[in-house]
Design a protein around this ligand. Structure first.
Ligand code: MTE
Ligand code: MO
Length: 317
């Protein structure tokens, strides 16, 4: 098993200390700055202040983190796939620079007890932020290790209360060509869409990320909120989400519509099932010279393989 699961006893002492220091600092700040700072500046940021690089407070380290060494912030923010901001890896860092993500709202629709349009801060506020260091394996046969900050998707879904008819959850990216200039070209059918089966969405490894390296998510990485499902190819990890829709039928997903022979709905990382134009058995970890062997379910097989018991993964790729 490749996930480093820390025992509860190991986790606690240091995190409790951090928390005490944090609480003391919070008290100090509140007294010192009083109303000027306000409550909004503390746990999740007042969204009017939230921009890439703003430190996120009160982030708890997760026992689900890998112990692979993380890529540098430079690698993570300069080699991106985000076609809304250009098709080359260097494009998003440049073209998303001035992307404004405040205010941001998220529509919750479909088979759910509480359909509503939420302001991002209300969507996030009830939840604790966790640091999750995960491998990301792109379908293009490269990988990175990224210290995300996020919230378990299951916690959010439980709060939204999907009905018994909800079998899938669909995610939709913002569609606004004026703000996302890549959408002026029809390189993909906009808006970008993704989806998960409900049991995948409820799996404890699936998160919605709002930060990385302890700071608010850089625009090129999917600000202000994006999906992270570490056992699937990178394209499932949809960025800049504005809608969650709970549905009965399997939703159409962008890359499966674009190239159905090459990209499927499941997109589980699988070294045994090649892409029609290249092998998936190996990958290049960004920053490394020699290739690594790709691991089934990106190394998370022990955690997620049971979700696909009895399914032919060459058929459901
Ligand atoms: N909306 C949107 N989400 C997207 C993409 C995209 O083009 N548009 N690219 C995907 C692909 S192919 C990958 S590999 C990851 C890359 O995430 P990163 O740039 O944060 O490493 O984002 C995914 N999410
Ligand atoms: Mo990707």
């Amino acid at each position: 098993m490749l996930i480093h699961v820390r025992k509860t006893s190991e986790v606690q002492s240091s995190e409790i200390t951090d928390r005490r220091v944090y609480e003391a600092r919070r008290k100090f700040l509140q007294t010192a700055a009083g109303a000027a700072l306000g409550a909004a500046g503390i746990s999740w940021l007042g969204m009017s202040d939230a921009h890439a690089g703003t430190k996120l407070n009160n982030v708890v380290k997760s026992r689900y983190s890998t112990n692979d060494p993380p890529n540098t912030l430079q690698d993570i923010t300069s080699y991106n796939n985000f076609y809304e901001f250009g098709v080359d890896k260097e494009d998003p860092a440049q073209m998303a620079k001035d992307f404004v993500t405040t205010p941001w709202s998220i529509a919750v629709e479909g088979e759910v007890a509480k359909p509503a349009v939420y302001q991002l801060e209300d969507f996030i506020k009830p939840h604790a932020l966790e640091e999750r260091i995960y491998r990301l394996r792109c379908v293009e046969a490269w990988s990175m290790v990224i210290p995300w900050v996020g919230i378990p998707l299951a916690d959010i879904i439980k709060r939204l209360q999907p009905t018994s008819k909800a079998k899938y959850v669909e995610f939709v990216t913002l569609h606004d060509p004026a703000r996302m200039p890549g959408q002026k070209r029809s390189v993909l059918p906009w808006p970008y869409r993704e989806g998960l089966r409900m049991d995948e969405a409820m799996h404890p490894l699936a998160i919605l990320a709002v930060g990385l390296y302890g700071e608010v998510l850089p625009n090129q990485n999917g600000a202000p909120i994006r999906l992270v499902v570490p056992w699937k190819y990178g394209f499932k990890n949809i960025k800049s989400i504005v809608k969650l829709r709970f549905v009965e039928q399997q939703p159409a997903t962008t890359w499966a519509v674009q190239g159905p022979r090459e990209y499927g709905f499941y997109a589980n990382v699988n070294p045994e099932v090649d892409h029609p134009r290249w092998t998936q058995s190996k990958e290049r970890r960004i920053g490394e010279f020699l290739k690594r062997k790709t691991l089934k379910f990106n190394g998370y097989a022990e955690e997620v393989a049971s979700l696909y018991a009895g399914m032919d993964l060459a058929k459901f790729y």
